[in-house]
Design a protein around this ligand. Sequence first.
Ligand SMILES: Nc1ncnc2c1ncn2[C@@H]1O[C@H](COP(=O)(O)OP(=O)(O)OP(=O)(O)O)[C@@H](O)[C@H]1O
Ligand SMILES: [Mg+2]
Length: 262
Amino acid sequence: MGEIIAIASQKGGVGKTTTAVNLSAAFAQLGYRTLLIDVDPQGGVAASFGMSRYDIEAGILEIFSENIPIERTIHKTEIENLALIPCNVWSDEEEKRKLIGSAAESKLKSAIRPVVDKYNYLIIDCPPSLGNLTFNALISADSIIAPIQCEYYALKALGRFLKMTRAVKEEHNPSLRYRGFLLTMVDMRNNLTKRVIEKVKYTLKGMVFDTYIPRNVRLAEVPYYGRPVMLFDRFCKGSKSYFDLAKEIIASSEVVRQKEVA
Ligand SMILES: Nc1ncnc2c1ncn2[C@@H]1O[C@H](COP(=O)(O)OP(=O)(O)OP(=O)(O)O)[C@@H](O)[C@H]1O
Ligand SMILES: [Mg+2]
């Protein structure tokens, strides 16, 4: 059965979409069947694969508002093993309201159920809020990856996030767990970054990934090229860091599986 991982944080611009896109591509290129699901009306996932509204017949909007079979919303990508469900809301306010209004608590969860076994990893990119859409993702998910941008205010937002995710776990999804907190846009030449990392690691004892994502201009170019970073610069630092993250997650999945068997 595939693991459903929500990439979430209520803070905007911390690297959620960059992580969802490039981590999914890394999983797929390492041979793991992966489904990337975008529930953010900003539609960053589609843009990162060079898709426009004319390439998409159905997506998250129809899953929430029309109950159509999930298979009709799954789009192939140029990467073998990687498929995606785009958030096809574009900039229409009415559509946005329709999506958010119709996002009843466990809609996504029941929509995903028929295809969970077809994938090793299902990655959900969340919007920068703790509203309905993120709530839907957290109710569907087995685990959470929370990117943390290494800046002064990073820890301030963390308390609220931990409180909200614990409440979802207690009240709606008891098996939800933190897969890990991911340090993003790291610049080790910067002293503040080093201090923030120390503080984050102290606060989140043992829950921070060993892998961190460096600030790397190639990652910022993903929407420009409309392709995950490994397709246009496989050996840059950004590409390597997302392969390392995928391997770190795969290795810990194996540990969990072996414990289950033992
Ligand atoms: N490691 C990185 N190095 C350089 N630029 C990055 C890196 N990660 C993300 N960016 C850039 O920072 C910006 C924000 O990243 P991204 O869109 O992934 O964040 P987000 O958390 O999904 O944002 P939102 O909350 O708006 O959905 C983007 O322009 C992205 O290209
Ligand atoms: Mg995003």
